[in-house]
Design a binder for this molecule. Structure first.
Ligand code: A2R
Length: 319
């Protein structure tokens, strides 16, 4: 039996090839795109899709059975088209919850206490030369934290925040059963009630630029926005305007609208902390994500059912 041919759309997780090399015939996506695969296109039964995979790309692969996304968000993959063609999509939920939640808390603390700038003060020799670092204008103590999204990752963020003795509330489309945090049926009502907003919702049509001028203003001059979900959710022009006007206090961002581009203006605020989309980027977690990609393919080719399919492709497995 020949090894199934698997197309790698990009090389963003170096552990994936390690996890798949023995069992699959791995092909890189040509720079010119799927059409440049020529006769090999018909061999491809699986795609590892970083970032996205369009209907057109799928249609260039007549025997495609499964697309595995090495991340929890699978925005950019045309799920409707995949379902219409009977192609399963899988993602890597849960294995990154802890890492992303840890990053969210670190980013929150970094932002309110300006630890990046404090560390830079030491590294630049300024402590010895110029004396003590200035007092941070914000504190985590006494904050009212609102979670925009309370799914797998949101719940882990909330659990980590409890020992900080902050007040926690949330907004999702429907209240979550068994959760004691206060529920807000709209993002606007959550933003009115809190001074700290943590965004951990997926990239969907409904979430596009929902964190806009009104939401940011509602957080107030002491307000902090943290985003570890998708840059898509924040109107960056409104964010910059709110920071400039002082109607919002600060922001901690791991994700941006047009990555890897970060608006230069954002880098001018010392109450803004920025990271290059690293929330899940530890060796251990990226290995776990690669392993789940491998487990999905193995289970699909051996048993006809993936381990972690996305909800949009819930059709009956072949076997
Ligand atoms: O709305 P619900 O009840 O389905 O709650 C989900 C919430 N959510 C929304 N909340 C308000 N308005 C929306 N339009 C909306 N759409 C979804 O986001 C749920 O509480 C949360 C998503 O949770 P999970 O599906 O468990 O995703 P997970 O693993 O926490 O990851 C969240 C996102 C990924 O999609 C990536 O974009 C990023 O974090 O890494």
């Amino acid at each position: 039996m020949p090894k199934p041919a698997v197309l790698l759309s990009q090389k963003l997780n170096k552990f994936i090839e390690e996890a798949l090399a023995d069992d699959y015939d791995l092909l890189d996506l040509p720079e010119e795109g799927v059409n440049a695969l020529g006769a090999r296109a018909a061999d491809i039964r699986a795609v590892i899709a970083f970032g996205g995979f369009s209907a057109e790309q799928m249609d260039a692969l007549p025997n495609l059975e499964i697309i595995t996304c090495p991340g929890v968000g699978y925005d950019g993959i045309d799920t409707d088209h995949a379902a219409s063609r009977g192609i399963f999509i899988t993602h890597t939920p849960n294995v990154l919850n802890d890492e992303v939640a840890d990053t969210a808390v670190a980013l929150l603390l970094n932002t309110v206490r300006q630890f990046y700038f404090a560390e830079k003060w030491v590294r630049d020799g300024r402590w010895e030369r110029d004396g003590a670092f200035e007092l941070s204008p914000f504190t985590l103590k006494g904050r009212k934290v609102g979670l925009y999204g309370l799914g797998r990752i949101g719940e882990e963020i909330a659990a980590r925040l409890e020992p900080f003795k902050v007040e926690i509330s949330y907004h999702t489309r429907s209240p979550k059963k068994g959760v004691a945090y206060a529920y807000h049926p709209t993002l606007a009502s959550l933003a009115e009630a809190v001074d700290t907003l943590i965004c951990i919702v997926p990239k969907t049509d409904e979430t596009h630029k929902t964190i806009n001028a009104d939401i940011l203003k509602a957080l107030g001059p002491n307000g902090i926005l943290i985003n570890v979900g998708r840059g898509w959710t924040v109107d960056e022009d409104d964010l910059i305007a709110a920071l400039e006007a002082g109607t919002l206090g600060g922001a901690g961002l791991d994700v941006f609208y047009d990555e890897p581009h970060v608006p230069e203006k954002l880098l001018t605020f010392d109450t803004v902390s920025v990271l290059p989309h690293v929330a899940s980027a530890s060796v251990a977690t990226r290995r776990a994500m690669a392993q789940l990609v491998a487990d999905n393919l193995k289970s699909w080719f051996a048993e006809g059912r993936p381990v972690t399919p996305v909800p949009e492709t819930p059709f009956t497995p072949k076997v």
